[in-house]
Write a protein that binds this ligand. Structure first.
Ligand SMILES: Cc1ncc(COP(=O)(O)O)c(C=O)c1O
Length: 396
């Protein structure tokens, strides 16, 4: 959780700017806010950092995905290709908008594969929602080509990969829209918050309106406007934006530290012929938030993970994870909803309960993962690396 490791005077200063004016709302009150526009400044700096024309901040990564879909014109009855390994927000965003998720296989990139996408395309497919999972990237160039060929909208859920890139181009800028999360567990955090980026003025305008009840306050004025569309309140508040802004200014430091720390662990792991690594199509663009590696089979991966856990080395075994893999999404499989979702009144494109994803199972069941920290001292990291090495020598 890199962002949370770095709270300091910078976050406090940005928050105090807002508290001293008392203007917690992102629009209007120009004379009272002492020149502080935290949401607007966050958007400007995020767009600059990503190299995109527009950024729009919202209340969470989940609402960023929902807003992106609505802004790109994805709605009821549209099939949307999604990964089975993500946080469920990606799928919920589609479901709440009435779209129909179609799960496609992932590969050793841990993201949906071009082959998986091709196999999932039907005449009803409108979009691909690609998740750059665990800080790394998909085979994004091939996926862009497929989307162009089939005239599909590409939305990048970059919630877990802010600052990642592929051949020098930032993740989130390959499709029509990129989405970010600044929740408490992300590379940078605003407590809660999110954003979307785009080069498409119409999508930006749509997102800005949709996330604020359809107000057409393009820019910052709110009051004398019309309501061309229906929307909802997905606004970010100034306090969250203030924290996010201070954190965004630390992103280069976070990435540099993570990359150096990850390299040290990875270099040590390379001595074990039993280990192979996650496929990173451009290793230089990895955010290095996690180190993921594969063992030869599920039994070996489980054995390694258990030994790491017993030694308190903080490994994760995502295949069993409750929140991130479809295997344990019983609420989705059983459509456990309070009120009916649109999909329950339509024909679901897949039988979610009995869905078979053998490639995704095979990839995830063999994978073990470590979280990379920013604030490790040299001694702490050396000792961590030595302990992992010792455990692996005993187990493999
Ligand atoms: C891939 C992905 N998309 C979307 C989200 C949702 O973000 P938030 O928690 O800010 O709503 C998350 C959060 O974990 C995520 O990992």
């Amino acid at each position: 959780m890199p962002g949370t490791e770095l709270f300091g005077a910078e976050e406090k200063k940005e928050v105090m700017d807002v508290l001293e004016t008392g203007i917690l709302f992102r629009y209007n009150h120009d004379n009272l806010r002492n020149g502080h526009w935290k949401a607007k400044t966050l958007e400007k700096e995020l767009a600059q950092f990503c190299g995109s024309k527009y950024a729009h901040a919202v209340s969470s990564g989940s609402t960023a995905v929902a807003t992106a879909m609505a802004a790109a014109g994805i709605g009821a009855g549209d099939e949307v290709i999604v990964p089975p390994f993500t946080f469920l927000a990606t799928i919920e965003g589609a479901l709440l908008g009435g779209a129909l998720p179609v799960f496609a296989e992932i590969d050793e990139t841990l993201c949906i594969s071009p082959e998986g996408i091709k196999a999932a395309i039907t005449p009803k497919t409108k979009a691909v929602v690609l998740v750059h999972m665990l800080g790394g990237m998909a085979r994004i160039d091939e996926i862009v080509d497929i989307c162009k060929e089939h005239n599909l909208i590409l939305i990048e859920d970059t919630a877990q990969a802010l600052g990642g890139s592929f051949k020098g181009k930032m993740l989130g800028t390959f499709g029509q829209v990129g989405c970010f999360s600044f929740d408490f567990f992300k590379i940078i955090t605003a407590g809660e918050g999110g954003a979307l980026i785009t080069d498409d003025k119409q999508i930006y305008d749509n997102a800005h309106m949709f996330s604020d009840h359809g107000h057409d306050h393009i820019g910052d004025n709110r009051g004398a406007e019309q309501h061309p569309i229906l929307g909802f309140n997905y606004r970010i508040g100034e306090l969250n934006a203030a924290v996010g802004l201070a954190q965004l200014r630390k992103i280069e430091y976070i990435l540099a530290r993570q990359r150096a720390n990850k390299k040290k662990i990875k270099d040590m792991l390379k001595q074990f012929p039993e280990i192979t690594f996650r496929n990173l199509p451009d290793e230089n663009g990895d955010t290095a938030t996690f180190l993921n590696f594969f063992l030869k089979d599920e039994a070996t991966a489980r054995r390694v993970h258990e030994a790491m856990s017993a030694a308190s080395l903080g490994s994760a075994y995502w295949y069993d994870n409750n929140f991130h893999y479809i295997k344990n999404w019983d609420h989705l499989k059983n459509m456990n909803t309070i009120a009916k979702l649109p999909i329950e009144m339509m024909e679901a494109p897949q039988d979610y309960k009995n869905l078979k994803l053998p490639k995704s199972d095979e990839v995830l069941s063999r994978m073990v993962c470590f979280l990379i920290k920013v604030n490790w001292t040299e001694e702490e990291l050396d000792s961590y690396v030595a302990k992992i090495e010792q455990v692996l020598k005993e187990v493999l």
